[in-house]
Design a binder for this molecule. Structure first.
Ligand SMILES: *Cc1c(COP(=O)(O)O)cnc(C)c1O
Length: 459
């Protein structure tokens, strides 16, 4: 058998492609701002691309042209400074560039045997987050694709731990408790685990509180045999950006032997901000938390940090056993595969590690604090605009506000229009049954001028 170098070859054309790609990347990260862009329909895209997958191949030039000229412009740039919907992203230049290095390095991120150096760097980064949360030295976990996956892994670990300690062999119906403002992925995790979600009534801002949690649990206990083994508290509910009473939730969980998982996918970044951190008092008593660096810690997609107070419990619940893997368990220091529902894994924590190690944590404090302050400033600007009304004072970096007199259709039409004009992505949301507008700030390049531009477009 001779070698087949048709795919794996380095020739002049490969070198030229490398230069073109580096040039493209350089151009993209230099753009200030990148074009906002917007989606096309499936039919429009099919017409524009023609057949892309062929037996003969299009060649580098044509395939790359299709990406640059057709595909990329049909995707919204979520790092645009006026992309203020959902949760935007704002990867640092250092993190984006290092992602290329990760891609080129073929590092298998699941076992220490293969990924030791990279896993060490990831673990130091997780340790920084664990330290900010006040977790003990033995805490740890892994980087995973997102908060959704993190919530599922943490709740799986919580359930296994509960069964082992309390009810080996018994199959009482189990449930978790969370406020209605918990993220949809918490309900999805419960569906996968085939457990119930017991809704806890939120306070006037939708936050979970100790009082309401106790009341709900007491009512449950008096009723039927469902056992609540875990509480999910939000460290920044995505829709309103408010933080649950983590200290209160921790107190109740402690009293009743329940697991406390803090879903801080969006808001947990604020732990590194001097002014954001006090909102998280009590997180140090949680059993696990998840934070998405691809949201507010300036890492490219996709990157979430999952940390357990006692990682050994996750290892017991989640380690995969197979004959062909046995050698890896012998050679083990820290196998990230053991801490979530995954196996093969990109070392997706490295772009964050590189940027954090290069710039230092103080730069992260400043960058996150920027968005918290901007949210407060935007609130004042909204209050100063007669046709607008603030729904609530922002806690983190989400601002909810209404345009007086508008119907849901008018909100949507306005939102479509500002996107079509390339001005901004600001979509309506629903809060307490009412259609309102929502800003979510995470990009340190977003300024009050950007906000003013959008507010002017609402007048
Ligand atoms: C975004 C978000 C999630 C889901 O995270 P993904 O990374 O999109 O999977 C979960 N919880 C909260 C609070 C979020 O903001």
């Amino acid at each position: 058998m001779i070698k087949d170098p048709s795919l794996h070859k380095f020739d002049d054309r490969t070198e030229l492609l490398a230069h073109r790609i580096f040039e493209y990347v350089l151009g993209r990260i230099r753009m200030a701002p990148p074009p906002l862009d917007g989606p096309l329909t499936q039919a429009e895209l099919t017409a524009a691309t023609g057949d892309m997958i062929t037996s003969y191949g299009l060649g580098y030039d044509e395939a790359f042209r299709l990406f640059r000229e057709v595909l990329a412009p049909a995707c919204i740039s979520s790092d645009h400074p006026r992309y203020l919907s959902f949760v935007p992203t704002a990867p640092s230049e250092a993190a984006t560039l290092f992602d290329l290095v990760v891609s080129a390095s073929s590092i298998y991120g699941d076992w220490w045997l293969e990924g030791a150096g990279a896993i060490h760097a990831e673990n130091e980064t997780l340790r920084w987050l664990a330290g900010l949360a006040g977790f003990p030295a033995g805490a740890g976990g892994t980087f995973i694709s997102g908060g959704t996956s993190g919530n599922l892994a943490a709740l799986t670990t919580a359930r296994e731990t509960w069964r082992r300690h309390h009810h080996e062999g018994r199959r009482t119906p189990l449930a978790i408790a969370a406020a209605g403002s918990a993220h949809s992925s918490v309900r999805l995790a419960a569906k996968v685990l085939d457990i119930d979600v017991i809704g806890v009534e939120g306070d006037e801002r939708g936050r979970l509180t100790a009082g309401a949690l106790r009341k709900t649990l007491d009512a449950m206990n008096a009723a039927d045999g469902v056992e609540v083994f875990a509480v999910v508290a939000s460290g920044g509910a995505t829709n309103a950006g408010v933080v649950d009473d983590l200290a209160g939730a921790a107190e109740v969980c402690h009293e009743r032997g329940m697991w406390l998982h803090v879903d801080a996918a969006y808001g947990g970044a604020a732990l590194c901000s001097t002014i954001g951190r006090p909102l998280f008092a009590g997180i140090e008593r949680a059993d696990s938390f998840v934070i998405d660096p691809h949201k507010w810690l300036f890492s490219p997609f996709d990157c979430a940090a999952l940390v357990y107070r006692q990682p050994g419990l996750a290892r017991q619940a989640l380690t995969q056993h197979a004959e062909y893997l046995e050698t890896l368990e012998v050679n083990y220091e820290w196998n990230p595969s053991d801490f979530a529902i995954h196996m093969t894994r990109r070392v997706r924590g490295l772009p964050l590690w590189f940027s954090l190690a290069s710039h230092g944590t103080a730069a992260y404090d400043r960058a996150v604090t920027h968005s918290i302050l901007l949210a407060k400033e935007a609130a004042r600007m909204i209050e100063a605009t007669p046709c607008l009304q603030l729904v609530m004072e922002p806690e983190l970096s989400v601002v909810l506000f209404r345009r007086l007199g508008w119907t849901p259709e008018q909100y949507q039409a306005w939102s479509d229009d500002v996107l079509a004009r390339g001005l901004a992505l600001v979509v309506p949301t629903v809060y307490n049954g009412e259609t309102v507008l929502r800003f979510c700030f995470v990009n340190p390049l977003t300024t009050s001028d950007d906000v003013q531009l959008i507010l002017d477009a609402l007048a």
